[in-house]
Design a protein around this ligand. Structure first.
Ligand SMILES: *Cc1c(COP(=O)(O)O)cnc(C)c1O
Length: 433
């Protein structure tokens, strides 16, 4: 399968090249040239298949031309070592809980899949180690670090801003050791990002070591997220509730919903999608007006969705041939302020006992507001509420339990290297590795 760039000015790439490069040379995002429809027989029996079995069928359709079948099966089964159950919150509304993985958020799926796929390609090339540089404001660093943990042949450097990352998040990438190095930068997130970008452009560094990125624009991170949309459908079909299925996705960079849309293109029978936003309403306004105007991001309670220029918009736009009508026929939008999020958390908890996290709250509320008679809604619960314990407890007056996996991170020994906000210092550090 060849991959083209959304900017259409770069040569076609193989999957191997697209995964190693991340961004295309014309700064566009890679998209598979063909999305093969899955056979009808697959959907007829999907409710009797396990998550891993379903995902393997979908993976063969997306990646089967480029990855040897047994290796692909191993990658899929290793990635999906945890369940993503569809849990009933109230009549007609289900939460697809994507937070039972290592760092309790959905990014674990794409991060682990990418780690194993990159390892597969690195092994084909020979012995040289690959180095992943990732700048993080919190969640991406923890998902990538845990996804790549113990994957031989790959070393990960996580750059994070000193004092700007929550203790819970920090513990998830500073306590790991092995092939994960945490670098505490004396600066803000944008400084970390700038250091990483400069490293990718530096001739000496690139001659010294093989560098790659692991951000969410990488096809190997976003596309595997399609797996759980198929599994959500299977679970709802088993309950006899799959006929008019609406899937609602709390969205920031739009990688998650984009994966669902690729699943839909491959034949997944979802009736329509809702993109739920916090106060960052750029996509919402695009749906309303047909015009896309990036904005500086606004800080909200659902901070993993604080994105003012969602990178995967380019993929969605391309997938529908740039047609505003085609996009609005399938996708509607919603936008919620922090006050809305607080009210939703309280209302849902008081009526149903279900504890939402601030991101999932946007998804839940969008279904409450937008579901039509006869439809069943599934919203993606993108993170465990304990990841945002302070906020959630303050809003609900609760003391929610911290899952053992999270508590174990917090007990770990913090190991990190302090790094001034200075490219020469960062470069010297890497040149010594
Ligand atoms: C990353 C993230 C999102 C947004 O996902 P996108 O793919 O960027 O749209 C939503 N919720 C949580 C908890 C996240 O970590």
């Amino acid at each position: 399968m060849k991959y083209y760039s959304t900017n259409k000015k770069a040569p076609l790439a193989t999957l191997h090249e697209a995964v190693v490069k991340g961004l295309a040379p014309d700064r566009g995002l890679y998209i598979p040239e063909v999305i093969k429809p899955l056979p009808q027989s697959f959907f007829e029996h999907i409710e009797d298949m396990s998550f891993q079995e379903i995902a393997f069928e979908v993976a063969k359709s997306f990646f089967g031309e480029d990855v040897e079948e047994n290796a692909l099966k191993k990658i899929v089964y290793d990635t999906l070592s945890f369940d993503v159950p569809a849990v009933k919150v109230e009549d007609n509304i289900y939460a697809l809980e994507l937070f039972h993985g290592p760092t309790l958020a959905f990014k674990d799926v794409g991060a682990r899949f990418m780690a194993r796929l990159l390892q597969y390609f690195v092994r084909q090339e020979g012995k040289e180690e690959v180095n992943v540089l990732v700048a993080t404001s919190g969640d991406t660093g923890s998902a990538v670090a845990n996804g790549f943990l113990g994957v031989d042949g790959i070393h990960v450097y996580v750059l994070y801003p000193k004092g700007k990352v929550s203790k819970i998040q920090e513990s998830q990438f500073t306590t790991l050791g092995q092939n994960i190095t945490a670098l505490e930068v004396d600066g803000v997130f944008d400084d970390c990002q700038a250091l990483v970008k400069s490293a990718f452009m530096d001739k000496d560094l690139n001659a010294h070591m093989k560098l790659t990125s692991a951000n969410s624009i990488n096809v190997a991170r976003f596309l595997p997220q399609a797996f759980y949309y198929f599994y959500a459908y299977a679970q709802m079909k088993k309950k006899g509730l799959a006929d008019n299925l609406v899937v609602c996705v709390p969205s920031g960079n739009f990688g998650n919903i984009c994966a669902g849309l690729f699943g839909w293109k491959a034949g997944l029978p979802i009736k329509r999608f809702i993109a739920a936003n916090n106060a960052n309403d750029i996509f919402y306004n695009y749906l309303k007006t047909g015009e896309y105007h990036p904005q500086p991001s606004k800080q909200t309670l659902a901070n993993a969705m604080d994105v003012g220029d969602p990178s995967n918009f380019a993929r969605i736009y391309d997938l529908f041939g740039g047609s505003h009508k085609a996009i609005t026929d399938l996708i509607s939008g919603a936008t919620y302020s922090d006050d809305n999020i607080r009210t939703t958390l309280r209302d849902c908890y008081e009526r149903t006992g279900y504890v939402l996290d601030p991101h999932g709250a946007c998804g839940y509320q969008a279904l409450k507001d937008g579901l039509q008679p006869g439809e069943t809604g599934v919203f993606l619960e993108t993170a465990h509420p304990a990841k945002f314990k302070e906020k959630v407890d303050a809003i609900l007056g609760t003391d929610i339990a911290i899952p053992e996996r999270l508590a174990a991170f917090m007990r770990g020994q913090k190991q990190m290297t302090e790094m001034p906000n200075d490219f020469q210092a960062f470069k010297q550090f890497l040149m010594k590795q």
